[in-house]
Design a protein around this ligand. Structure first.
Ligand code: GRF
Length: 214
């Protein structure tokens, strides 16, 4: 398989797509504010106009748009509208942060290998909805969080970062989700920083960082 060439980013402008609470968005904003992540959050887009994360983003002074799918005739048109908003703000990297919609070809082709997602399990285990419930019901002793590059395969793209947490005997979906969320908030800004640093390639299924010259 031909490796995807080494990536470079110049403006480091990111777009964050959300659907609800937006706690991962907040962790990204915090990392930028603390100087741990050299990036500009160019826009926040939510498919739900009532998302708490959208309200929070506006209060934080971010450019934040509610873009309801019902205003567009289909997924392709909706994805095209998202692409238009991202391009208008010169976004280089798109970060899905609890964005509860499948990403269609229009968006994928506009940002090839430039869309990240965070998922609350150790992929490839438990893709899709209710990952924490899936993990609990399966009886795994360890679960966690994964940041990956988005491809057409649901939760199946090259893995950039992972963190594990124990699953405890008395866990509920909520307690497990809370333990995983702490790791999400740690690894997502770090993974964005690594991706924006450039010099990586995708070889087969693998996200490969460039060797540091000695
Ligand atoms: C997180 O658990 C994330 O991994 C998943 O959706 C949840 C979003 O939470 N994709 P928040 O909106 O970032 O608080």
């Amino acid at each position: 398989m031909t490796p995807v060439p080494f990536s470079t980013f110049s403006t480091r402008r990111i777009g964050v797509l959300i659907s609800a609470r937006g706690s991962n968005l907040q962790s990204i904003v915090d990392a930028v504010a603390k100087g741990c992540l050299a990036a500009t959050i160019a826009v926040v887009i939510s498919n739900r106009t009532d998302a708490a994360g959208l309200t929070w983003a506006r209060a934080a002074g971010l450019d934040a748009l509610g873009l309801p799918p019902r205003d567009h005739p289909g997924r392709d048109a909706y994805d095209a509208a998202i692409v238009e908003q991202l391009r208008a703000r010169h976004v280089e990297l798109v970060c899905l942060a609890g964005f509860m919609r499948l990403v269609g070809p229009r968006l994928l082709e506009a940002f090839p290998h430039r869309i990240l997602n965070i998922h609350p399990s150790l992929l490839p285990a438990f893709p899709g909805l209710d990952a924490q419930r899936q993990a609990l019901e399966h009886g795994v002793r360890i679960s966690g969080a994964t940041v990956h590059i988005v491809t057409s395969e649901l939760d199946g793209g090259p893995i950039v970062a992972q963190a594990s947490v124990p699953v405890l005997d008395d866990d509920t979906v909520d307690t497990l989700a809370a333990r995983i969320l702490i790791q999400e908030h740690r690894i997502y800004p770090e993974a964005i920083r690594d991706v924006l640093a450039g010099g990586w390639s995708v070889q087969g299924r693998r996200f490969v960082r460039a060797a540091i010259p000695s």
